[in-house]
Design a protein around this ligand. Structure first.
Ligand code: PA5
Length: 446
């Protein structure tokens, strides 16, 4: 299973300082289970893995197959928590050079509605011209501007190509059970739709159809993803002692470091496939903890690449950073470095070694160097990149996030600050109902 190693944090917070948060971590975990903490109307994710039954998966897989049968490309529309989970798992489970392989077993998945770039959108619409297409539109509120614009465009494209009747087979919605424009629209158009439970917030929704439907359509083994999460649900349950509960320990360690002035956490990995796991993690922790003037700032690096860009700062910049490394124990493929008769590059000392051994020694060397440079290190070893361990990792991070937010003293399940930009944008775009804001903002910009 996934483990946690906090033996290299002493440069920032001692084992005793971390252990002093044991009780707080246990209490926080208890609150997630009793539902007596802040934001308790958004705790549906806590028991979610256990609720994804074979019947639930069968319905998702059937809808995914329906789309995969008719489309070479599936456009997944969503933003934030309605995007990052699927993108993260998809990237983790996909050959890095899949686009160079001519044989494909599953449709291409592309994402839209995760930005408002005209260039991106036009390029996507152009690229889709050579393929048969379908779309999964995901929005819990059903009112988010970015995905709503992208869906308007995709709906028009699909209806123009295939007609309104056929479009119904090529569009699936994932949204609230009763509210929002997307719900009304999908009801009136007769689209197949899946429900995002009321009590599951966007950034905790990867194990609902929000994540599972696009992933199933991409041919990912979602049953294994869920099985990994189910095992981690058990391994981090309320009755699991702190000493065995890696979510509680991770939450305690990062709060102990925060209390000692380590305000930035860098999630690092040596596997490029995990880059979007870090993006998902950044949203999870940033949106859950960054409020009331508090919270660890979540950042990420992919190594060894970023040692050649961010390495200098991490080694010698302001000492407010700590690093959490997702350390993949076994690579998915083998490459051995060969001897060269001329040895002009001087690398024959590596001859016969697996590339992974070099990667692992780089990782070890970096940890030692960073710890020597005053950067506390947390390590999360995972046996290998597969659906099972990724599912376990996602749930572990979710559980630790809930615990950590409660230790910090915030409501980890709201995101009031996200509304500020929307209000300004709507005012600037003269959305009906925003007349007063419009006037105020225009006066301010004069
Ligand atoms: O985590 C969250 O709640 C947010 O990031 C939302 O997922 C994001 O804003 C998209 O919202 P919606 O699914 O309502 O379109």
């Amino acid at each position: 299973m996934i483990k946690l190693d906090i033996t290299q944090t002493a440069v920032g917070a001692s084992a005793a300082e971390i252990a002093s948060l044991k009780e707080a971590a246990e209490q926080a975990n208890g609150l997630l289970h009793s539902g007596k903490g802040a934001g308790n109307d958004f705790l549906g994710w806590v028991n979610l893995p256990a609720e994804v039954t074979p019947d639930v998966l069968a319905e998702i897989e059937a809808a995914a197959k329906g789309l995969a049968d008719v489309a070479e490309v599936i456009v997944v529309i969503g933003i934030g928590g309605s995007y990052l989970g699927a993108k993260a798992v998809l990237d983790a489970m996909t050959d890095s050079f899949h686009y160079l392989h001519r044989e494909r077993k599953a449709p291409y998945i592309v994402f839209a509605g995760c930005n408002i770039s005209e260039t991106y959108t036009a390029e996507l619409l152009d690229a889709l011209k050579s393929y048969s297409i379908a779309t999964i539109v995901i929005s819990k509120s059903g009112t988010t501007t970015e995905p709503a614009i992208a869906f308007r465009l995709m709906k028009a494209e699909i209806e123009a190509r295939y007609g309104v009747e056929e479009a119904r087979k090529r569009i699936v919605a994932v949204t609230d059970k009763a509210r929002g424009a997307l719900k009304s629209l999908s009801d009136s158009e007769g689209y197949k739709s899946f429900v995002i439970p009321d009590n599951v917030g966007g950034r905790f929704s990867v194990l609902t159809p929000v994540g599972l439907l696009p992933l199933a359509a991409a041919g990912i083994n979602v049953a294994e993803l869920v099985r990994g999460a189910q095992d981690m649900q058990r391994a981090t349950a309320e009755d699991v002692p702190y000493e065995q509960n890696i979510a509680a320990q991770y939450a305690a360690a990062r709060n102990a470091l925060y209390n000692k002035g380590y305000k930035i956490e860098i999630l690092a990995s040596y596997e490029p496939r995990l880059q979007y796991i870090a993006e998902w993690w950044k949203q999870l922790y940033g949106e859950s903890e960054g409020k009331e003037g508090k919270g660890i700032f979540p950042a990420s690096v992919t190594l060894t690449a970023d040692l050649h860009s961010m390495g200098q700062y991490i080694q010698e910049g302001e000492r407010t950073l700590f690093e959490t490394v997702i350390s993949v124990e076994k690579p998915l493929r083998e490459v051995t470095i060969e001897a060269d008769k001329d040895n002009l590059d001087g690398l024959n000392f590596l001859a016969g070694k697996r590339l992974d051994e070099v990667n692992k020694m780089a990782e070890l060397g970096v940890v030692l160097a960073h710890v020597d440079g005053g950067v506390p290190n947390i390590k999360i070893p995972i046996p290998e990149i597969n659906e099972y361990y990724i599912g376990a990792l996602l749930y572990m991070f979710e559980k630790a996030c809930g615990i950590s937010g409660y230790i910090l003293g915030v409501n980890p399940f709201n995101q009031p600050g996200v509304e500020a930009y929307k209000k300004n944008m709507f005012a600037l775009l003269d959305k009906p109902g925003y007349e007063a804001e419009s006037e105020a903002i225009r006066a301010r910009l004069k």
